[in-house]
Design a protein around this ligand. Structure first.
Ligand code: 0X9
Ligand code: ZN
Length: 442
């Protein structure tokens, strides 16, 4: 039986869930992977903290303090609330700390590990033919791609190769660089006339734990290609660049070791701390607000702007193709937002009215299609100020007009750990934004 380490670990986890751990142990040789068994989040709680006043934010960054004092993991921070998970051994102290500052946490989840288990089980149930095994059979294609579950990097790259093989005349597959751990960075170009058509760039997977992002970007690729001949002119008349996975090292790490990993895996730098937040590493407001110079922080900006191989690969690739580049779409989670620059300063871009109108149209169409409520806004207003983002960089360095960051589902029920049964509708929402932007480019 051949299975990669992630597969073994996930099967073990599943066996534990189904109460058949010993059987799994016997059939698989696990001795050498014990050290890397996934980080568990038993009884870790996810809290939402409201009413952090502006004054307090300025003099006492609650999230940062709770990270340092109680080993908290910030899931989301915006102008209205802070979502942070706290391990069970720190719950009491963290609650006392909030009490002392007249803050009360709303408990979004009382056991993060059960969210992770539910996510795994949901995928297994959606795809298994034999009880207890996730299979690739849910798809009829050779790559095994489908949208009933999340996939490993190999499957995503096999799907990209499959698309190229099916449409060799209009599809080109680029390897634009390698990661610190030696994985390829891959981009597909789809175009009937690359010299003349206006260009759209779409990426996903900048943040490792936001699994719905690469799932959505691969779905967008599927939506474009499965019926290419019948696509309307505003879709077929564009050149599409699609990069489903900007951070493959981080993604694989979040699948095999730590579900809540956000950054890439470069380093270690100090004290065994790995990784740079790629969305703080681009050369725009790099040294400013909203990021950290501490290599152990989840928003570590790196040692210099574009220090990371992933950032360099994307920036170099796009800088060479900036002529006619009309749109830069980057998919993240969670929060259900469609936001546009700027993020690094509290100023709106010059054509903010157009960007707001297009985003609002996308948001209305999403509501009609799936019933989900998204919000269209300028980034700094809803997410606060943060430098080093790929979105701001594409506008500033390349002059791209339609720059959007899409924060996909949900709004905090599952957060990053969105059960696979929501993938299809969420991906449809992501596609709706891409379609609406394409139509606006005209
Ligand atoms: O903070 C981020 O990088 C994004 N949110 S997430 O929870 N997915 O990490 C928002 C990005 C908005 N744009 C910039 N900050 N430039
Ligand atoms: Zn993100």
């Amino acid at each position: 039986m051949t299975m990669n380490r992630g597969g073994v670990e996930r099967l073990m986890l599943l066996a534990m869930l189904l109460g058949t751990a010993s059987a799994a142990n016997e059939s698989l040789s696990l001795g050498n992977i014990v050290a890397d068994l996934p980080e568990r989040y038993d009884e870790t709680q996810l809290w939402r903290i409201h009413n952090i006043s502006d004054a307090m934010r300025q003099y006492m960054p609650v999230g940062q303090l709770m990270e340092q004092k109680f080993g908290g993991n910030i899931w989301k921070e915006n102008s209205k609330f802070l979502d942070i998970s706290i391990g069970k051994e720190h719950l009491k102290a963290a609650r006392n700390f909030l009490d002392a500052h007249h803050l009360e946490p709303q408990i979004l989840a009382d056991n993060v590990q059960s969210l992770i288990d539910e996510e795994l089980l949901d995928g297994v149930q959606a795809t298994s033919s034999l009880p207890g095994t996730r299979t690739k059979k849910a798809s009829r294609s050779g790559s095994g791609m489908h949208w009933k579950d999340y996939h490993d990097l190999d499957t995503i790259y096999a799907f990209m190769r499959e698309v190229r093989a099916k449409y060799p005349n209009i599809v080109r597959l680029y390897t634009i660089g390698q990661t610190a751990e030696g994985r390829d960075l891959k981009v597909l170009r789809i175009s009937e006339n690359p010299r003349e058509y206006k260009k759209v760039w779409i990426d996903g997977g900048i943040h490792a734990r936001e699994w719905i992002s690469p799932a959505t970007v691969t779905f967008i690729l599927f939506q474009l290609m499965h019926n290419w001949e019948n696509q309307p002119a505003h879709i077929r008349g564009l050149t599409w660049y699609i990069m489903p996975m900007m951070n493959p090292d981080g993604y694989e790490y979040s699948r095999t070791v730590n579900r809540l990993w956000r950054k890439n895996r470069s380093g270690p730098r100090r004290a065994d701390c790995y990784g740079v937040d790629l969305n703080r590493n681009f050369d725009i407001g790099w040294n400013g607000f909203g990021s950290s110079k501490d290599p152990c922080s989840d928003v570590f900006r790196g040692t210099s702007a574009a220090s990371e191989l992933e950032t360099q690969a994307v920036a170099d690739f796009l800088a060479k193709r900036k002529y006619n580049l009309e749109a830069y779409l980057t998919y993240h989670s969670y929060g259900q937002l469609v936001v546009y620059p700027w993020a690094y300063k509290a100023v709106k871009v010059r054509d903010a009215a157009v960007l707001q109108r297009v985003a609002s149209t996308a948001v209305e169409r999403i509501a009609q299609k799936t019933g989900s409520t998204y919000r269209a806004s300028v980034t700094h207003e809803v997410l606060g100020i943060a430098g080093g983002g790929s979105d701001d960089w594409s506008r500033d360095a390349l002059g791209v007009k339609y720059v959007y960051t899409v924060e996909l589902r949900d709004r905090g029920t599952y957060g990053f750990v969105l059960p696979p049964k929501f993938i299809k509708d969420t991906a449809l929402e992501g596609w709706t934004v891409a379609e609406t932007v394409a139509q606006s480019i005209g």
